[in-house]
Design a protein around this ligand. Structure first.
Ligand code: G
Ligand code: G
Ligand code: MN
Ligand code: NA
Length: 254
């Protein structure tokens, strides 16, 4: 069976699962949210990472259906989490361009959130710079629609695209996620450190929350603390975990 055929079969058989990586407050060290990350629980090969199949799913027109399965799983998990813990910070879901531009996205969201009886305030969407830079007017219309429905938006992998912070001011987004390539060599690399400090400072003047990705050690965290970065994700705190393990971590940390 070709890889593409296996991927189609995976959609039919619902072989996808969702792991959760905590988003942690830099100041309090508490879990304040999570990023939902798809994995393929392949019947022969075990857990397959999204970098291995998201591109093909997009090219082969499968990303819409895959995204709906992710939404369904995440909403189910949020409902369970809220039953156990009450209100919890937002869970962030990554959107591909085709999903972001799908005119039926809001309808689908309404259906799935009503089914699982959760509110849009539990969900955030991560989109990339290129998704909003290609067609400003349409992108702003989609972002306005999502915001009006109660979802928030964040710009993922910030710094790797070509958008400027001045441009971002025009977009109705709530937060920025600094790409992990800038965090990686901090604080030893003076240029990367300066870039991170500048992004945080400018984002703050624009009223945006800043999340640092890929934090792996305490010196990186100290640098983020010194510039009042809001939240971080990374192996220093936790990798992405299966839902049950994420729940255990949430209970033991918060
Ligand atoms: O999980 P990992 O850290 O390996 O994620 C790799 C990439 O896959 C990230 O860029 C992330 O944005 C993307 N990704 C993870 N889950 C999803 C998903 O549900 N939908 C889409 N479109 N992309 C995802
Ligand atoms: O959506 P995004 O492209 O940012 O996906 C997050 C990716 O980053 C996932 O593939 C996840 O496994 C990875 N990741 C998360 N934390 C760390 C980290 O601390 N270090 C590194 N190198 N990768 C990380
Ligand atoms: Mn992401
Ligand atoms: Na990212």
């Amino acid at each position: 069976l070709s890889f593409e055929a296996q991927l189609r079969r995976a959609l039919e058989n619902r072989e996808f699962v969702v792991f959760y990586q905590p988003k942690v407050s830099v100041l309090s060290g508490k879990i304040v949210g999570a990023e939902a990350l798809i994995r393929w629980n392949h019947p022969e090969n075990g857990i397959v990472l999204p970098t291995q199949f998201i591109g093909l799913a997009e090219e082969a027109g499968m990303i819409g259906k895959m995204g709906l399965q992710v939404l369904d799983i995440v909403c189910r998990d949020i409902a369970q989490m809220e039953m156990a813990y009450g209100a919890f910070g937002r869970v962030a879901i990554n959107l591909s361009g085709a999903q972001f531009n799908d005119p039926f996205l809001l309808d689908e969201l309404q259906k799935v959130t009503e089914f699982w009886k959760i509110t849009p305030e539990s969900i955030e969407f991560e989109i990339t710079e290129s998704m909003v830079m290609n067609n400003h007017e349409q992108a702003i219309a989609h972002m306005d629609g999502l915001n009006a429905a109660g979802y928030t938006l964040s710009i993922d992998d910030f710094g790797t695209g070509y958008s400027s912070l001045a441009y971002l001011k025009r977009f109705p987004v709530n937060s920025l996620k600094i790409d992990r390539s800038f965090i990686q060599d901090m604080p030893a690399d003076a240029n990367d450190t300066a870039i991170v400090l500048a992004i945080v400072a400018m984002a703050k003047t624009l009223g945006l929350k800043v999340v640092a990705e890929g934090v792996e050690n305490v010196t990186q965290l100290d640098t983020l603390m010194s510039c009042s970065c809001d939240e971080y994700q990374g192996f220093y705190f936790s990798k992405a975990l299966p839902f049950e393990e994420f729940m255990v971590l949430l209970e033991s940390t918060n």
